[in-house]
Design a protein around this ligand. Sequence first.
Ligand code: MOS
Length: 735
Amino acid sequence: MSEHNTRAEILGNPIDRVDGPAKVTGQARYAAEQVGSKEVLTGWPVGATIAKGKITGIDTSAAEQAPGVRCVLTYKNAPEQNPFGEPADEGRFTQSRALLRVADVRHYGEPVALVVAQTLEQARYAASLVEVSYDAETPAQFLSASDATLVPEELDGGFEPDAETGDWQTELRNARYSISQRYSTPRQISAAMEPHASIAHYDGENLTLHSSVQILASAIPALANTLNIPPENIRVHSPFVGGGFGSKLGLHYDAILASLASMVTGQAVKVVLSRRQVFYQTPHRGNSRQDIKLGCDNDGALTAIRHTSAMPTARNYDFAEAPGAVARVTYQSRSISSTHRICVTDTPAIDSTRAPGDAIGSLAFEAAIDELAARAGIDPLTFRLNNMPDYHPVSQAPFTSHRLGDCLRDGAEKFQWGTKAPEADGKKRGLGVASAMRLNMFVASEARLSLDKNGHFTVQTDMTDIGTGTYTILTQIVADYFDVPMEQVTVSLGDSDYPTSCGSGGSFGAASAGSSVLRACQQMAEELSQHLPSNATGEGMRLHEDTLMYVRSGGGEEKIRLTELLPPSKPELSVIGAVNDEDTSDNPQYSCGAHFAEVEVDTVTGEVKLVRQLGVFSAGKILNHKTAASQLKGGMVWGAGYALREHLMYDHETASFINPDLAEYHIAVNRDIGDMEVHFIEEPDYDASPLGAKGIGELGITGAGAAIANAVFDAVGVRVRKYPITPDKVLSGLD
Ligand code: MOS
C-alpha cells in the first residue's frame, strides 16, 4: 500500500476507460435513457418569440385536444414556485430557476408552455398548436464596450474584478515599444454532444430526477429552492454525462420542466432539449470587448500590461468571467492593470463555457503579446521566454510550481519552431506560439470506500464523469494504492445519496475527487490494520484477492483471509475519505502549457487550413496519460473552433440568435484539424493536492486559439482582432 503512489504502476498509465465497453455497447445509460417500469410521458417546451415583455394571451385548447396530449402547462396552471433568482445569496447554481411562473418573459426562447404527451412526436406536434400573444418591451442589450459600466462583485474563479501593480500609465508612456488594440470575441456556446435531458418523477412526496448535470451537490438545493420540496426528499442521478463544458454545472430548463410536469401528472416525465432549444434554454458565453495596451523596453522586457474587459451578463443570473486573468499571471511586468466591467442584459443565461475567462482572454492577450514582439522585432517565442515570472506578477506570492518556460522550450524543440513545410502556389505557411496558464482550483470532496470479504473494493461518490475519465482514474487510484487489479475495484458515481463531491467543473474534478479517494484508501489501510492479529507489525500489508498479507513481529510474511480477519458482525469495511481547503496551499496554483500551430493560408480565398498543433503541458501528476491527453486534444480542437469558426450570431432587432444550431454554428470538425500532438512535463505538485495532480480540462483550450491566430499573422501578415478569423476577414486584410 503506497504513499504518494510512488510506484506509479497503475496510476498514470494510459489505461483504457473502464466504462468504455459499456459506452460503446449502449449499456451506459444517459439521463434520457433511464427507463423504469413506469410509463414515461414526454414534455416539449414552447419558446417565447420575444426577448422581454408580457404574455397577453395564451391559447392551449387546440394543443390540449391533440392526440396523446396529457396536459399543457403554462404560467396559469403550473405548480407554485419561488421567484426566479431567489435566494440569490448562494449564487446562481442554487437559486430558484422557476419557469412558467409568471406572465413575464425574461429572454427570447424562454419556455412559455410545456406540452406533455404520450410520445415525443405528439408533444412536439401539439406544441406547434399553442398560440401566444405578447406585449413586447425593449430588451437591455450589450451593444458597445461603454455599455458595460457595472463592477462585478467577484469574477468566476474567485478573482477580484480589478487588479493593479505598478503605474501602467507612466510605464506605457516610457516604453520603448508599445501596442494598443481592441480584440473582440463573439458569443459562443458549449454545445455538448448529449443535449440537456431530464426524467423527473414526483410521487407526491419525493422527487427523483435523472439529469445530465456536472455537479449534484448544487442540483438538490436548486430543485428545493425552485419547487419548495424539502432537499431530503430529492434524489438526483447523473451516472453518465455526454459532455458539459460548463453548460451543465447547474440544472437547466429540462430539469425544472420535467419536475413541474411530473408534479402535475403524477407520472414520470422526460424532457430532452432539441439542439435549438439547447441554444436558448441553457447557458452560452457572452461576447467580449478586450482593450489591451502593452509596453516593453529595448530588450523586450515587459514594462506595462493594461487589460480591460467588457462583457454582458444575464439579468438575475450573476456570472462574470475573467478574460483578464491571463494578463495578470502569465508574464512578469513592472506594471499590470486589469479591470472587468459588465452590462446586465435580457438574454438567455450567460455562464461558464469551456474554460471561462482564459479561453477568450488568451485569444486576445496572447495575440497582443505577439503584436508587441513583432513591433520590438523579437521572435515571439524568445519574447515570451524573456518574460517568465518567478513569482505571481501581481501578488508577488510564490507559485506552488511553474513550468511555463519548460513547456515553451520543450514544445519549441518538439515542434521544430522556425521550420515550415514548403509553400505551394498561392498558399502561405505560418507558425504561431502561445502560452497557457490556467488557475488550479481545489474543491472539498468526499468519497466512500468499501471492502467486502471477497477483497472487492467499491467507491461511491456523487462525483460525475462528463466524458473526462472519472470512472477510470478513481479505479486506478484504488487499484494502485492496494496493488490490486483494476477488476477488483468498482466505482459508482452520480447519485446524490452518495457522499458529496466537488462534481465536475473548473478543471477541479480529478485532483479534488481523486484526493478524497486517496484519503479513503489511507483510512481503509488504517482500518484494516486495526483488525490485524496481535502478532502483526502493521508493516507490508498487501491484498491478494480475498487474502491479506502482513508482516508478523519477528519477521516473515503471514496471510489471513478477509473472512477470518473481519468479524462476522462487520463483514464489510467502509470508510469515508474527505478533503477540503486545508489540503491545498494558499499560494497561487496554475497548470501551464505551451501551444504551437502551423497553418496554411490560401491567399486567393482567405481560407486558413490548420496543418499541425502541438502542446506541451505541465499539470502536476498525470493520473492517466490517455484520458489526460484526450482532454487536452479536445481543448485544442475547441481552440481551433474559437480562432477560426465559432460565432454565435446575435440579431439585435429581436435579441435572438441567428444561428442556433450545429448546422450554422460552426464548431471545428475532423477535417478542420491537422496533426495533433500532446506532451507532458510531469511534476507532481503536492502543494496543489494530496494526489499531486492539477487541473487539465481547461488548460488545453487556453492559448490554443491564439497560437493559430499568431500563425495566421506569421503566414500573411494579417492580424484579425475580431474573432473568429473567417476567410472574408483574412481577405480584406490582404487587399
Ligand atoms: Mo467548466 S466551463 O467550469 O465545466
